[in-house]
Each structure stands twice: as C-alpha cells, then as structure tokens.
Design a protein around this ligand. Structure first.
Ligand code: ADP
Length: 501
C-alpha cells in the first residue's frame, strides 16, 4: 500500500468513457504508487492536461463526441502538452488503426482486457523515455546557451584584438611562426598581413632581437607570462622601435602559442631623454654657482658661522654635491648614448688600473671598516683607462655602500680564452633575483630609498654598462640575496699581449 506521505512515481491522466475501465486502471496504478487523474471525456482531458500537464496520458481510442485520435492530435498541437507521451487503449474487438494512432502522435498502445504487468511495463518504458528526453532537451538547451556564450566571448575577444591600439601578435612557440596579428601590429611593423603570417620573428627581425624574444618565450614557458620586457623591433623600413613586450602562453588548436602584447614607447623614450637632458643642461649653471657660494660661505671669508650654521651649511653642501653628481651623470650618459663621448683607447696594464681603482676607494673602504682585497695579474688591454677606472670605482663604491663593517671585498682578474674577466665580489646585503637585470637600467634600485640613504644617483650601473658595451664587453651580476653579490665584466683580448699569466 502507498503511504500518504510518499511521493507518487508519476502523474498519470486516464481519458476513457467507460467508468469501469477508469476505476480498474485507477486502482491498479494507485496501488503501484502512481497519482491518477481520470476523466471520461476527451475535451475535459485536454483541458486538464493543459492546466496541469501530467507525466503520461492513457487515452481510450473509442469515445463519443471526440475520439482518441482527435484528442491526441489536439494534445500534440498544443505547446503545453505536445511532449507528454500518449499511450492508446483499445478493446480487443475494436477496429484500431495503429498507423493512425502513431501518426496522431501516440507512442504505444495497450489492449483491453488489461494485463497488469504489461500496462506497468509499457508505462515504465515510456515514462523513462520521457524523462530521458526531458533531460536531453535540458542538456541541449544548456549546450546551446554555452555555445552562444562562447561565441559572444570570442566575438568580444576578436573585437578587442582587432581594435586594440597596442600591437598584438600570436605565434607558435616551437617554430615562432606568426599565426595572427592585429592592425596596430601591421601599422607598427610596416609589413602587410601576407608578409607576416606564416613567417617567423627571426625572418622578419634582427638576430639580436630574436635572441631577446627567445629568452622572453623561455621565461614565459617557465612562469606562464612575462611583463614589459624592453625589446628593439626592426620595422620593414629599417627603423628601430623601442617596445615593451608582454607575453602570455596560450593554447591554439592544441598547439602551445605565445600571445604577445606590445607597447611602442619609442616616442615616449625620445621625449623623456630630451626632457632629462634639457633640464640637466638648465640646472648645471645655477648649481655650479650655488656650489661656489656655499664654498665661499664655508671658507669663512664672509664671517664666521655658528656651529648650527655650519651644520646647516654642511647639509646644503652635501645635497648640492649630490645634485651636481646626478646632473653630471645624466649628461654623461646622454653624451655616451648619442655618441658625443668617444672612448680614447690606449694600451694599458689592467693590473695598474685595478691598483689605481683600489687606491681611489681605499679611504671610503676604511671609513666603512671594509677590507679591499686585490688579486690581479698583468694583462695588457686596449681600453680607455679613465672610463674603465670610472667603472671599477663605481662597482667598488657600490660594494662598499652595501656591505657591513668588517666584511671583505675582492677585486679579481682572470684571463679566459680570448677575453679577460674582472670580478668585484662583496659579502653585503645581496640583490634579489628579480632585480639582477633591472638595476642596470636608468634610475633602478633594489630599494627606492637607496639613492637617498646611500648617496647614489641610480645611474652608475647604466653608465658602467655603456662603457663596457662600448669596449665590446659584457657586464652582469650574480647574487645570493642576503649573502653578497659578484659583479662581472669582460673585456675582449683581441690584439692584446698577455704579459703574465
Ligand atoms: P646608485 O647610485 O643608486 O648606487 P647604481 O646604478 O650604481 O646606482 O646601482 C643601482 C642599484 O643597484 C643600487 O641603488 C642598489 O640598489 C643596487 N646595487 C648596486 N650594487 C650593489 C651591491 N654591490 N650590493 C647590493 N646592491 C647593489
């Protein structure tokens, strides 16, 4: 017996004009746990089904006024009832047209007198099919919605890609072949779409640029992305543009690809350089005269200052000196970049340069309680001695600034194959891994307060890099954060005589 509180297996509507049949079916199904509604007329059956659609309809074929075929027809024509499975009921002696029943939309038929198992089996089959169909329809709808959402997202991406003012390119990781580029990329590069698609970055750009690009791709493969890496791009007309390159690894048609978003900063850099050099030129004269006035004050020729006055004067002198250093460094760098300063190479003994650098920095090292160790050998090099000395003193000065008292700094030379390598090693605070490259850029410091606290300008390493690269060498740093750093620089040994090894 079905308990009152149990949920019915399904809601069945029985339409039959014979009350005995209705009673029989109703009892049979209710006992098995179905909820049964019964009506004796086709028209009231249709109305009932429209008002509260049942899960299945058992429909008598032979009824006065409206026969079963017609009822089924009308049910199938109505949006609210068209999906309800209809099983026809026919009597053994009746003329039953099966084809007509299926054409009207019926799914099956049962014959009176009923056999309980048969009725239940057919009912179950069609209820299950009906449920599966409903599920399928729901999933179809969901799929269609997802497809529509994806299409909308793709369209949005395609629009953003097409109209983005930043040049964007997609290329395969393995071969570096361009798959797609946007209009801004074509404008920036000067190439047409046909000239770009299917070709690689190496084919259309400088070898050196593609070396940096390959490094960026390797980094992106490790970290998933790279942001704002400076990059020199050679356009079709031969102009070199300065680009900030951001790369993300994506998958396209099962292949690993790069999504490169570029920012052309050529003009910004030009204006920045122009502005800095203009301001520096304008600042130099008044600052030199300020320094002269401060010197005059401290000489005592204009009267004696109180102790407090001398302290204030010393602060003013220190800061003016720092400003003059900054302006001089900016102008030095600008002249080097524009080629206004040329190197004056002569043959000189590297060990003498190293000794000179140590002597220059000895007072600063003594003040900081830091020991300078020199390990060099006599190697004749063809360099601008003043500029190499400038580089070495800058590296030593940094090493002293960022070392604790009682620590050591080593200044070494090594001769390797066709170049010599100079090392400046300290036991100081070290440099974090993500800053090892950037500190060679203009005004880049590990800590924003370094230049103020340690009296630097943030330009020293940029100048060193220019000097070394002008000599055809390289400069880089390796460091264990918290345990010290080693700055390396190489100078080519071509046409040099090794005096002693
Ligand atoms: P600055 O005039 O600030 O020293 P540099 O270009 O010479 O400018 O150096 C840039 C920054 O690199 C420094 O401000 C500091 O943060 C970091 N740096 C340079 N050398 C060292 C070192 N030996 N140890 C730790 N940090 C260093």
């Amino acid at each position: 017996m079905l308990k009152q509180s149990a949920r019915p297996l399904a809601d069945i509507l029985v339409i039959d004009d014979t009350p005995e049949n209705l009673a029989l079916l109703s009892q049979m199904l209710t006992e098995k746990g179905y909820k049964v509604r019964s009506v004796t007329k086709g028209s009231s059956g249709i109305r009932g089904a429209q008002a509260v659609p049942p899960d299945l309809i058992l429909l008598d074929v032979k009824m006065p006024q409206m026969d079963g075929y017609e009822v089924c027809h009308q049910l199938k024509a109505d949006q609210r009832t068209k999906d309800i499975p209809v099983i026809f009921i026919s009597a053994l002696g009746d003329v039953f047209d099966k084809i007509k029943a299926f054409q009207a939309g019926g799914v099956d038929y049962i014959t009176k007198p009923f056999q309980v198992e048969e009725v239940l089996a057919r009912l179950n089959t069609h209820l299950t099919i009906g449920k599966l169909q409903q599920q399928l329809q729901k999933q179809n709808l969901q799929l269609q919605q997802e497809i529509a959402q994806r299409a909308a997202a793709e369209e949005t991406f395609a629009k953003a890609f097409r109209s983005c003012p930043n040049p964007i390119a997609m290329a395969t990781v393995a071969e570096g072949f361009f798959l797609e580029v946007n209009t801004s990329f074509l404008q920036m590069s000067g190439y047409s779409r046909e000239e770009i698609i299917g070709r690689s970055i190496t084919e259309i750009n400088l070898e050196s640029a593609s070396a940096i690009y390959n490094q960026v791709v390797q980094k992106s493969l490790q970290n998933g992305f790279v942001r704002n890496q400076e990059f020199q791009f050679l356009t079709k007309s031969g102009t070199v543009k300065t680009i900030l390159l951001s790369v993300e690894i994506i998958e396209l048609a099962g292949k690993q690809c790069t999504l490169s978003i570029m920012n052309d900063i050529t003009e910004r850099k030009r204006l920045e350089n122009e502005f800095i050099s203009l301001v520096s030129h304008e600042l130099r004269t008044p600052m030199t005269s300020m320094m002269g006035a401060l010197d005059l004050l401290s000489s005592g020729k204009l009267g004696t200052l109180t102790e407090q006055g001398q302290q204030v004067l010393s602060i003013a002198t220190n800061n003016t000196e720092r400003l003059i250093r900054l302006v001089n460094d900016i102008l030095d760098l600008e002249r080097m970049k524009s080629g206004k300063i040329t190197m004056q190479p002569t043959y000189c003994d590297l060990s003498l340069l190293l000794t000179q650098a140590r002597e220059t920095m000895q007072t600063m090292a003594d003040r900081a309680d830091v020991q300078l160790e020199l390990e060099s050998c006599s190697v004749e090099v063809f360099v601008d001695p003043d500029r190499i000395l400038q580089t070495l003193t800058n590296l030593l000065s940094n090493a002293i600034k960022f070392s604790d008292a009682n620590s050591k700094i080593w200044l070494r030379t090594k001769v390797l194959n066709n170049f010599c390598q100079i090392e400046v090693q300290d036991q100081g605070r070290g440099i974090p891994a993500d800053k090892l490259q950037t500190i060679f850029e203009r005004f880049q410091q590990v800590d924003a307060s370094d230049s103020r606290k340690k009296g630097g300008t943030g330009l020293g390493l940029t100048i060193c890099r220019h000097i070394i690269e002008h000599h055809g060498g390289k400069i880089w740093v390796e460091s264990n954060f918290g345990q010290g750093s080693t700055f390396y620089l190489t100078l080519p040994l071509s046409e040099q005589k090794i005096l002693c090894l």
